[in-house]
Write a protein that binds this ligand. Structure first.
Ligand code: AGP
Length: 603
């Protein structure tokens, strides 16, 4: 977790660094800091709180300089505080570093550095880095060799950027945490993620684990840990910087919910041809050797995986979903006929990467279903399918869930044709429905009554979400979104499971959102009646044609009727809006909910 950045130019860097940190805040917002070289030493400013707090302390612009590094933190070692905020310095303040990840052997390193007289001012694992470099500089090494030699001592996962007073360069490396170089005209950049510097350049070099880069105002040079040259191409990213800005919306989350018609069109564009799918790297026959599919992911991506599992199983494939952190710990059996799909928006989630690596090591074929080109998942897996949703900044995942499900429908269609050799008549209907999904999402957004429903039914004692089949995945997702941004208790259940325990929680103070897809409506209706008998209000989220449900429920959020495999995506959009409006009413920090970060790069 955490976001790191650097700007290396000839002119002042502070303004760009602050923009980059704001763009990286989705990765953590416990504290923020910047260090710049100003000709008279290194000026470090860091504060507990968000980047806006840092901005206040730097408003006089006295702290500027042409080369600087910055950090926004999600705490792992030591609580949020000014002292634990990055950048961290060595004893003499000559070396300064920012870090994302975890140094696993930091306690041993710290102890031996202390034994040699080094004094520490923070609880962080990061602080060992500038001290290690400082020792090597004192021993006469030049900064590049000192940096490589110091990181050779580190164990764990990290992306690090470091500078030395009086040396016009930033040294950086990655191993297990993301880091990209931005190649600009006026200056060069480093960051954990491309949106950090998208306003300044769209030329990007994706670094690989083990790369060490020296970035100067004119150039960048990559080597391995031993100093042997490494070549990485510069690529042009297609994201529009405006996609990563909030525009007229109050929150990124609302902007991203409203972007779904566009992002879904991007996901589907050029990938459906008549009654078949045309996935760029997956021609017919790609999956003929596959007999089993496993999906791994975390949070929202896990729910999208569950949705995918349900579709694949229903279409006759052997499919299972796993929470990535559990999969890595207790791996399911795989063989060379197993396809493991890592569902991950960022492509950087440590648990998902670990699951994919474990599957790959044991002989499975791996596929990254991700939003981020060049992400670690994309580079770790045998195959990549980009969901093409565009940048998602709000911590709460919204448009990427819809694009993940749409992508799973597409890859599922390829799988079912390749594995069973038998595209059913339903496949054609489903693909036609997928093509019209963006328009239907637009209809939901134009007509949603979620704002008034969320005001009227606020759960004093909890909020429950129920569904069957793929709507179970959406029930879990609706609850996750609700609890994540409102901080109110919310749970999702398989509708039929309610009577096996959770019904004890149901009272007049617990609204229940019941998601209907058109499959087995009578069963959901009887679950709704069980709930109403316990006096809880039921809000149906379903097509109007679902009269079993709509006539029984106390309130109704309509979605357009479409293929039953896809209705739950539309219901999910309504639930995103429910969570958003409830959180907005409570004046929560919607884009940056407490204790969370967008990209979880620690296990
Ligand atoms: C949900 O709103 C979250 N942001 C979270 O559950 C997220 O989906 C999870 O951390 C996985 O992230 P990924 O898709 O980038 O791997």
């Amino acid at each position: 977790m955490c976001g790191i950045t650097a700007r290396i130019g000839e002119d002042d860097s502070l303004a760009d660094l602050l923009v980059s940190l704001e763009n990286l805040e989705y990765r953590g917002y416990d504290s923020a800091g910047i260090a710049v070289q100003n000709g008279a030493g290194i000026d470090v400013n860091k504060v507990e709180g968000e980047v806006s707090e840092l901005q206040k302390t730097l408003s006089d612009h006295e702290h500027d300089g042409p080369i600087g590094i910055g950090h926004t933190r999600w705490s792992t070692h030591g609580p949020p505080s000014d002292e634990n905020a990055h950048p961290h310095t060595g004893c003499q303040g000559r070396v300064v570093a920012v870090h994302n990840g975890i140094i696993e052997n930091y306690a041993t390193l710290r102890e031996s550095l202390q034994a040699r007289g080094h004094e520490f001012t923070s609880d962080t694992d990061t602080e060992v880095i500038p001290h290690l470099v400082e020792e090597r500089l004192a021993a006469g090494m030049d900064p590049e060799i000192a940096f490589r030699d110091a990181i050779d001592e580190l164990e764990g996962s990290y992306a690090i950027a470091m500078m030395v007073d009086g040396d016009p360069a930033v040294y950086a490396t990655r191993d297990g945490s993301p880091l990209v170089v931005g190649v600009g005209r006026e200056a060069n950049y480093l960051a954990s993620d491309v949106p950090a510097f998208l306003e300044f350049t769209d030329r990007v070099v994706y670094l690989e684990d083990g790369d060490v880069v020296v970035v100067t105002p004119e150039d960048h040079r990559i080597t391995d840990i031993d100093g042997s040259p490494v070549s990485r191409p510069a690529e042009t990213v297609e994201w529009d910087p405006e996609d990563a800005e909030k525009g007229s919306y109050d929150h990124y989350m609302l902007k991203e919910i409203n972007e779904q018609p566009v992002s879904l069109r991007q996901t589907i564009r050029g990938r459906i041809e008549g009654e078949d799918v045309t996935l760029e790297d997956f021609p017919p026959g790609t999956f003929t050797d596959i007999s089993r599919v496993q999906l791994v992911g975390c949070g929202t991506s896990y729910h999208a995986g569950m949705y995918g599992e349900w579709l694949l199983s229903k279409w006759g494939l052997d499919a299972n979903t796993y929470i990535a952190s559990e999969y890595a710990a207790y791996p399911a059996p795989v063989d060379e006929e197993t396809l493991v799909i890592g569902v991950t928006q960022s492509g950087e989630t440590a648990d998902t990467l670990e699951a994919l690596r474990s599957a790959r090591k044991r002989g499975a074929r791996t596929l990254a279903l991700t939003n981020v080109i060049g992400s670690t998942a994309a580079r770790t897996c045998d195959d990549v399918l980009l969901i093409r949703a565009g940048p998602e900044i709000g911590v709460a995942a919204t448009k990427t869930f819809s694009s993940q499900v749409a992508s799973l429908v597409l890859v599922g269609e390829r799988l079912v044709r390749d594995v069973t050799g038998d595209p059913t008549e339903e496949c054609a209907e489903r693909l036609a429905a997928l093509e019209s999904l963006p328009d239907l999402v637009e209809e939901v957004l134009d007509t949603s009554q979620a704002a008034s429903i969320s005001q009227r039914w606020s759960g004093e004692a909890g909020n429950f979400f129920i569904g069957r089949g793929n709507a179970h995945a959406v029930a879990l997702e609706g609850a996750l979104k609700f609890k994540e941004i409102t901080y109110e208790h919310a749970e999702g259940f398989a509708a039929g499971e309610l009577k096996h325990g959770p019904l004890a929680l149901v009272t007049a103070e617990t609204p229940v959102f019941a998601i209907g897809t058109g499959r087995h409506p009578e069963r959901l209706e009887s679950n709704v009646r069980e709930i109403q008998t316990r006096l809880a209000p039921v809000i149906a989220v379903a097509p109007r044609t679902e009269t079993n449900l709509t006539d029984t429920a106390d309130a109704f959020l309509a979605v357009p009727a479409t293929h039953p495999d896809l209705v739950a995506v539309l219901a999910n959009v309504q639930l995103q809006l429910i969570a958003y409006h409830a959180a907005d009413e409570m004046e929560r920090a919607i884009d940056k909910p407490r204790n969370l970060a967008k990209s979880v790069t620690v296990e």
